[in-house]
Write a protein that binds this ligand. Structure first.
Ligand SMILES: Cc1cc2nc3c(=O)[nH]c(=O)nc-3n(C[C@H](O)[C@H](O)[C@H](O)COP(=O)(O)OP(=O)(O)OC[C@H]3O[C@@H](n4cnc5c(N)ncnc54)[C@H](O)[C@@H]3O)c2cc1C
Length: 463
């Protein structure tokens, strides 16, 4: 056995503040490996937009490692089997990795620990999930007490530097070619808008954080307005671990503004979502509130009208400009503003009466930041099927939201058919008789949708 250390990278594609890499580098020659394991994740294998991001992120990491005379080894298949083979090839007995909490990764970590010396590190969250407990040692289910308790535990751990040098093994093991994984779309190449919108990789994440340092103070006032660039857009960088929340926290900790405090609260939401999937591993696929298993959703698989409505929602052709702008932003850029995510999600669930899991799936495929925990937590929160008290009966009015959060510019940008309309007409062209011919009528009126949703809820409760 050599003292070669394997570093198994997953959603921690960075050199700085990477505990697994940091500790491995102190112990011997390092072999960094990424395994593309679609089988273990099954229905949550990476979707299209995430695969696009992954390609560029791996490319960027590989270049950074090359600058340190190291390589990123790429393997494809069942992660546990591939890592076991790799350990044999390089004569390593130790694998370092940062803990991940998706159910398939927890299983893989357990299996691997039975075979090899698996060193698990805490890398990707403000506090290790599971470590924030109630007075009686239990886990928090609700965000507000969780965040309060987490803040009393701050500061989070110190940030770790990137290893200055990485020593190489006597021989590099074989690696797949990144291009052979076909992570990028070709026919057709639908990712041009995504490529225009984002810079990918650790350096880009740091640059965006530096930009955000100058803008965070406005966050509290402006974060709900999709027409202005007043949110961090750090989510895909955080998701793929090109930057850690620890790095962000330490860069911002001297700020005193309400903007920073609110932003810190959003980073805590991210930790909270991980805690939720630790407690409820099936949170992305099962209602937490079991009474919703009886809810009479309109099922696109069996109901033609529901299938058409789902397609109109996915394509941004519902006749509700704010919903359509959001869904088109998602398709075009692989991202959607948080306020608009809430509006579009609520619309699918309550106006169209389609199961939140259809929306979860679509977002999973289209978001560059698609995250098992955050996506599930937010969909269940919006649907009122999750642990929170946010009830199904709180039905967002998209047209009111559009006016309140001044979405006119945002709509003009993503719905070109409406580009010539001014507020207030642009928020509801049907109502003002200003609907251009190429833009669809509202697929359902707000009042009718609301009544239908509330009577479905009543039927579930009565039944
Ligand atoms: C239906 C729905 C689905 C969502 N799916 C995802 C998802 O798959 N992945 C994802 O990262 N976020 C998801 N979110 C949360 C949120 O919309 C995004 O994190 C945010 O819009 C990303 O943009 P930003 O980086 O500018 O966020 P900022 O407002 O700048 O917030 C900073 C960071 O905090 C975290 N964060 C913010 N809001 C939330 C939240 N509500 N829950 C968890 N973390 C949060 C993110 O990591 C984000 O990058 C979803 C929200 C909704 C309503």
């Amino acid at each position: 056995m050599s003292n070669t250390q394997i570093v198994w990278l997953r959603r921690d594609l960075r050199l700085a503040d990477n505990p697994a890499l940091y500790h491995a580098a102190k112990s011997g020659p390092v072999v960094c490996v990424y395994v593309l394991d679609d089988e273990s994740a099954k229905h949550h294998a990476y979707g299209g937009a995430s695969r696009w991001w992954l390609h560029h992120s791996l490319e960027s990491l590989s270049n950074s490692l090359a600058q340190r005379h190291a390589k990123l080894i790429l393997r494809r298949g069942d992660a546990v089997e591939e890592l076991t083979k790799l350990a044999e090839e390089v004569g390593a007995s130790t694998i370092h990795t940062n803990r991940h909490y998706e159910p398939w990764w927890r299983k893989a970590q357990k299996k691997l620990a039975d075979r090899l010396d698996l060193q698990l590190h805490d890398g990707n969250f403000l506090m290790p999930p599971g470590s924030i407990t109630t007075g009686t040692g239990g886990q928090y289910k609700i965000y507000t007490p969780f965040s309060r308790a987490m803040r009393t535990e701050f500061p989070p751990r110190d940030e770790l530097p990137a290893p200055e040098t990485l020593s190489s093994p006597s021989q590099w093991p074989a690696s797949d070619e990144l291009a052979s994984w076909d992570l990028l779309p070709t026919k057709p190449d639908w990712a041009a808008g995504i490529a225009e919108f984002w810079q990918v990789g650790e350096v880009a994440a740091q640059d965006r954080m530096t930009w955000w340092l100058d803008h965070v103070d406005d966050y509290d006032d402006k974060r709900n307005f999709p027409s202005v660039d007043k949110v961090s857009r750090l989510s895909p960088h955080l998701h793929f671990g090109e930057i850690s929340p620890i790095q962000i926290w330490h860069a911002f900790k001297h700020k005193r503004s309400d903007g920073w405090r609110t932003f810190e609260g959003e980073l805590i939401w991210r930790d909270y979502a991980q805690n939720a999937i630790c407690q409820f591993p099936d949170y992305a696929t099962s209602n937490y509130r079991e009474d919703f298993d009886r809810f009479a959703w309109r099922d696109p698989a069996t109901d033609e009208a529901a299938a058409k409505d789902l397609q109109a929602w996915q394509q941004g052709r519902t006749g509700y400009p704010i919903v359509d702008a959001g869904m088109r932003q998602l398709w075009q850029t692989g991202w959607m503003h948080n306020r608009v995510r809430m509006i579009t999600a609520s619309f699918l669930i309550k106006h169209l009466l389609i199961d939140w899991r259809e929306g979860e799936k679509w977002f999973w495929d289209c978001l560059c930041d698609a995250d098992y925990a955050s996506n599930a937590t937010n969909w269940q929160w919006t649907a009122g099927t999750g642990v929170d008290s946010n009830m199904f009966s709180r039905i967002m009015a998209p047209l009111t939201q559009s006016e309140k959060f001044d979405a006119a510019r945002y709509i003009r940008e993503y719905v070109p058919e409406l580009a010539k309309l001014e507020a207030p007409h642009i928020h509801d062209p049907d109502e003002f008789g200003r609907r251009p011919s190429g833009y669809p009528r509202k697929i359902i009126g707000h009042k009718a949708a609301r009544e239908r949703a509330l009577s479905a809820l009543k039927a579930m409760k009565d039944g």
